[in-house]
Design a protein around this ligand. Structure first.
Ligand code: GUN
Ligand code: ZN
Length: 435
């Protein structure tokens, strides 16, 4: 059996820093080590102890770099990679102008495969080892992403996006075909290798009640699947939902009435929530994907991370590319911090790093497998250079604690801070990950 020992700074969490005092929840070893065997973390400890205990292990010494769990992007749209940073529209206009014309192209399996490969390589280049992605209505777009992820041995959550109204005809399915195509993909991919299927109604404006109900029935027949959708992102969208579903108590109720509210549900955005919606998310254990660069880029609003976390709602961080303006979870952590500041909360660096790793894993119900540095976890790792640019290095140089050393990279870092990435215990060289 091959053993690989990584040396560097290690931070790991013994508690969630959202509930406990952040620094007390974390353990820092400035000269730590992590042992990888058979694709999983076999041990963590001090460099000296693990070197002595495993003299046969191959060693990679990362010096002062920080060994972190790989980042988890809890909500993104791989079919929107090629339209990231499209100018000047708000949500509904942005969908009609940029998104739908691009998504039509994913009926071509070759195009879907090329963009899936490009997206996964960009993710790895940015230290993201797991993502939860929407696909398009085309089953071949789902096939392409799962296939490319399997080729890289990446943990992935994905599903066929379902829409049967308010979209171009070339991008519409029906309640029956959405159900049947999703079921065929579940049977083919859910639980295969590192893949998990998420039943994916895009959002209530593009699904009839019949379609939502068909997908609710599919979820109750396949309860180990995840379910991902959008919720209360922009006020115009919420008003539209009110018109389309006059019988619903609120936006979340359009899902709840169809059997699409549950603990394995991940609701993207969730910015403008009613008190009843917050209560129901809390009671059911549903998770929220917070998409900060998207929320500022499309002009959606300021997510209440502190308030919703205090209610115990699991929150993961997400790029939401291409509505989001970056592939980087470092940039996403910076935007999370900025939005929280605008709402009166200064998030601790421990909280930001936890949200981008263990928090995302918890939102995706993968908290026993990824997102944490502990024996038995899958060895998906991102090695962070905490002095990756002159601007960051001159600040880190003054740091008097690991938190002061880490925070400049969370605020100012980009793909240059990603020193290395390990996926399922195998090193992904930066050169190979470059597009
Ligand atoms: N709501 C419905 N579809 C989308 C999408 O593709 N991106 C974002 N940001 N919001 C949505
Ligand atoms: Zn989205």
């Amino acid at each position: 059996m091959s053993s690989h020992l990584l040396l560097g700074q290690i931070l790991h969490f013994e508690d969630t820093p959202m509930a406990a005092p952040p620094e007390a929840a974390a353990h820092h070893d400035p000269r730590g080590a992590l042992l990888i065997e058979n694709g999983t973390i076999a041990a963590i400890g001090s460099a000296k102890d693990l070197r002595d205990a495993h003299p046969q292990a191959t060693i990679t010494d990362y010096g002062d770099a920080l060994i972190s769990p790989g980042f988890v992007d809890a909500h993104m749209h791989y079919p929107q990679t090629r339209i990231i940073a499209s100018w000047g529209k708000r949500l509904i206009d942005w969908l009609n102008t940029y998104t739908f014309p691009e998504e039509i192209k994913f009926g071509d399996p070759a195009y879907a495969s090329a963009v899936a490969a490009l997206t996964l390589d960009l993710a790895l280049q940015n230290g993201t080892t797991t993502l939860a992605s929407y696909c398009t209505i085309h089953p071949q777009s789902v096939e392409a992403l799962f296939t490319e992820a399997a080729r890289r041995d990446m943990r992935i959550v994905a599903g066929k996006t379902c829409m049967d109204r308010n979209a171009p005809t070339g991008l519409q399915d029906t309640p029956q075909s959405a159900h049947d195509d999703s079921l065929a993909l579940i049977e083919r991919w859910h639980g295969k290798g590192r893949a998990q299927y998420a039943i994916t109604p895009r959002f209530s404006p593009t699904s009839t009640r019949e379609q939502l109900e068909a997908l609710g029935a599919l979820w109750s027949a396949n309860p180990t699947c995840l379910m991902q959708t959008h919720l209360s992102e922009q006020t115009d969208e919420i008003a539209w939902v009110r018109d389309l579903f006059p019988e619903a108590r609120d936006y979340l109720d359009t899902y709840e009435a169809a059997g699409l509210l549950g603990a394995r549900g991940i609701y993207g955005h969730a910015i403008h929530l009613e008190p009843r919606e917050i209560d129901r998310l809390t009671e059911t254990g549903a998770a929220i994907a917070h998409c900060p660069t998207s929320n500022t880029f499309i002009g959606s609003g300021l997510f209440d991370l502190a308030g919703l976390s205090a209610r115990g709602i699991p929150v993961g961080l997400a790029t939401d590319t291409g509505g989001g303006s970056s592939f980087s979870m470092l940039r996403t952590m910076a935007a999370t911090y900025e939005i929280a500041q605008l709402r009166g909360t200064a998030l601790h660096p421990a909280q930001l790093l936890w949200l981008a790793t263990a928090g995302g894993a918890r939102a995706l119900h993968l908290q026993d497998r990824i997102g944490t540095l502990a024996p038995g976890y899958e060895a998906d790792l991102t090695i962070l250079d905490l002095a990756s640019t002159p601007a960051i290095a001159q600040r880190t140089d003054r740091a008097e604690s690991i938190w002061e050393a880490l925070f400049p990279t969370l605020m100012m870092g980009d793909d240059r801070a990603i020193r290395d990435v390990w996926v399922a215990g195998r090193r992904v060289s930066r050169a190979a990950a470059a597009p």
